[in-house]
Design a protein around this ligand. Structure first.
Ligand code: 0O2
Length: 220
């Protein structure tokens, strides 16, 4: 009886994660289509690269317990909204907003939360645009709605976040003050670089192949 119960529980967990796996696939397809469309119709690609991750069952349960949601799957489904995650890296800040708009406008994408850490960076300097979206996943016998966290950022923001993440991991979140200051300063440099690149892009965009001014071919 115990073995059968264990098997049932494992099957239920596998089914639970499967919905998120397909949610990631759907979002990746949407991003792939945007990218391909853009490649075929414009000379500039707003999306540099895309990665995805599905939280492991252990880390879902760990977060759930930490958030006081216990191990009840429907509660976890409602409260833990970053089980499925997509990270989109763009060249320019304006592209990040454009990608967010393009995805948000799709009729099957319901934006349930938007955190703009580009306009309002976190105290440590972290910048990124975060969307929590809810999308339908059509299975053979039912439609599941799953949350997907989408992080959209520039290459400079991604570089900073990756270094900060490694340092925070190394110091278990308790960074020495000099490193915290250094990171904050680096975040300001990254923001300045993004602003400069945005200005340069404006210059390039205004020039046609023969140097003549042309209408903007890409978003924003
Ligand atoms: P992982 O492994 O990347 O998933 P929430 O999870 O929504 O309850 P919070 O903090 O309100 O918690 O969410 P928020 O602010 O939207 O941030 C969630 C994710 O953004 C984090 O996920 C990181 O990926 C990224 N992030 C947020 N702040 C920072 C930061 O200061 N530095 C770095 N490097 N990344 C950050 P997880 O769950 O921490 O990790």
């Amino acid at each position: 009886v115990v073995a059968a119960r264990m098997r049932d529980a494992q099957r239920e967990l596998a089914r639970f994660r499967m919905g998120y796996e397909f949610g990631i696939e759907e979002m990746l397809t949407k991003v792939r289509i945007l990218r391909s469309e853009f490649r075929q119709t414009h000379d500039h690609n707003p999306i540099e690269h895309v990665t995805s991750r599905l939280k492991s069952m252990d880390s879902i349960l760990e977060k759930s317990v930490r958030y006081g949601c216990g191990t009840d799957l429907p509660t976890i489904r409602e409260r833990i909204r970053d089980i499925a995650g997509i990270r989109i890296t763009c060249s320019f800040e304006s592209d990040a907003y454009w990608v967010a708009d393009m995805l948000s406008q799709q009729p099957d994408v319901e934006v349930v939360q938007c955190k703009d850490y580009i306009a309002h960076p976190k105290a440590n300097g972290y910048r990124s645009l975060h969307l929590i979206v809810r999308i339908p996943v059509f299975l053979s016998d039912r439609t599941e709605h799953v949350f997907v966290e989408i992080q959209i950022r520039t290459i400079a923001m991604d570089f900073w976040a990756s270094v900060e993440h490694k340092l925070s991991y190394k110091y278990r979140g308790a960074l020495p003050p000099h490193l915290r200051d250094e990171l904050l300063d680096a975040a300001a440099s990254a923001a300045e670089l993004d602003a400069r690149m945005g200005r340069l892009r404006g210059e390039v965009r205004d020039l046609g192949e023969d140097g003549a001014a042309t209408p903007a071919p890409s978003p924003r």
